[in-house]
Write a protein that binds this ligand. Structure first.
Ligand code: ZN
Ligand code: ZN
Length: 427
């Protein structure tokens, strides 16, 4: 019983403190013990440390600690990447020597694959350029997507990088650069998840999800065999399978747990890794599901937050849309002449401060009457072109969805290489 209780207490404790540290400031938790604990962690404890340090070292220690914290929080560094790599490797080092002799040759082959894939996709996610926007790639990134006149408008520049922001790009304050179709900055890969490495990131999530589930289930099977070899009446879920021992009371919940713990303790290292794998499995599958859902919706983590902001504006009133003429003349100073995307913006959406339709309409893009918008589902998402094509866009980031009209000579030069590659791919 001891091992399970300690492991469960430690995991629960860490989860609770993480929750307090990140969510304790939420307005809903004001004046609760959680908000008090949050203040203790972020205000009272640091102040106490500061006071002690001022008397002991004249504040030198806290100054360097603050510098370290700033570096860890705001700069690119591989600490969490190394932690993730070690978690995988140490887990496998503890698990495999015990589990390997129990595995059939099929499981040995599948297991080797399951272990190898996360390393491969971790490497590819971390070291593939996510789609950096710089002077060399700017033309290419501008031609990736058209502006949708809803989330992304032509003519806005990045204040740091000093060039026009391509549609769907975002400046990452940690990598200190703009990234094409930015999803989010991921500390586990120490890199942004962007247009060029999102495929590797999704495969990393998929392979890790398979590894934790597969390893957890195999480990559980080995522990079960071990317990049943000694106590044949023990089963994994006796209340479901309603065994003889459960019904006549010779196996009750307490004894079931005691035998569980006996099974775990006869191979503590493998047992702990199995428990950890089973506990993290729902989290990893959940993350994978979330990212596949974003692909299905044709959006990114960054854009889904923008869509939420729009929903909040709509709830308050004062959001309007109108049509954009299909054959409009583009302002080539701020908009790319053509993109690889199969569709162009058909609507422009604006918010007004007084809740009334925009008055000086002639300076805004689009034509015709303004129509009030109250729900997100009444708005067109230009970047959702159906599940299959959304997947193609994620997995083949330079795929040309159509032969674009009106290609300018500059684009011909810049895109020669990529177009050649895509032609081969589609033939
Ligand atoms: Zn930037
Ligand atoms: Zn980043």
């Amino acid at each position: 019983m001891g091992t399970i209780a300690i492991a469960a207490a430690v995991i629960l404790g860490i989860s609770f403190m993480t929750f307090v540290a990140f969510f304790g400031r939420l307005p809903a938790l004001r004046n609760t013990p959680i908000s008090f604990l949050h203040r203790l962690i972020w205000i009272h404890l640091p102040n106490a440390v500061l006071a002690v340090d001022r008397t002991l070292t004249n504040g030198r220690l806290t100054t360097s600690l603050a510098r370290l914290a700033r570096h860890l929080w705001y700069d690119q560094h591989p600490t969490i990447l190394i932690f993730f790599f070690l978690l995988l490797s140490v887990g496998e080092y503890l698990y495999l020597p015990v589990a390997w002799p129990h595995l059939s040759s099929v499981h040995k082959i599948l297991g080797t694959l399951a272990i190898f894939c996360p390393y491969l996709f971790l490497y590819l996610s971390a070291f593939t350029d996510p789609g950096t926007v710089n002077p060399e790639t700017h033309v290419r990134e501008m031609a990736r997507y058209p502006y949708d006149f809803t989330l992304f408008h032509p003519g806005t520049s990045c204040e740091t990088c000093r060039f026009l922001k391509p549609a769907r790009s975002k400046h990452c304050s940690i990598c200190k650069k703009c990234v094409g179709r930015m999803d989010h900055h991921c500390i586990f890969i120490n890199n942004c998840v962007g247009a060029n490495n999102q495929r590797w990131f999704i495969l990393l999530l998929l392979s890790t999800a398979i590894l934790t589930l597969y390893g957890g289930v195999l480990g559980l099977g080995i522990i079960r065999q071990k317990i049943q070899a000694r106590f044949p009446y023990w089963t994994l879920l006796p209340w479901w399978t309603s065994t003889q021992a459960w019904e006549d009371g010779s196996l009750d919940f307490h004894r079931w747990l005691v035998l569980w713990s006996w099974g775990l303790q006869s191979g503590v290292a493998m047992g702990s890794v199995t428990l950890l794998a089973l506990l993290t499995t729902p989290l990893v599958w959940g993350l994978l599901g979330y990212h596949l859902w974003l692909v299905y919706c044709g959006t990114t983590t960054n854009e889904s937050m923008k869509w939420q902001d729009w929903q909040a504006e709509m709830d308050e009133g004062g959001v309007y849309k109108r049509r954009i003429e299909s054959g409009r003349v583009k302002d080539l100073k701020v908009e790319p002449a053509w993109t690889r995307w199969p569709v162009e913006a058909e609507q422009v959406m604006v918010r007004t401060d007084d809740g009334k339709p925009p008055r000086s309409s002639h300076r805004l893009p689009g034509e015709g009457e303004w129509e009030a918008v109250w729900r997100l589902k009444d708005v067109e998402n230009l970047y959702d072109i159906g599940l299959w094509d959304n997947l193609v866009d994620v997995f083949l980031p330079y795929f040309m969805f159509k032969e674009s009209k009106g290609r300018s000579p500059v684009d011909e030069r810049e895109f020669g290489r990529e177009r050649g590659r895509n032609r081969r791919r589609s033939s």
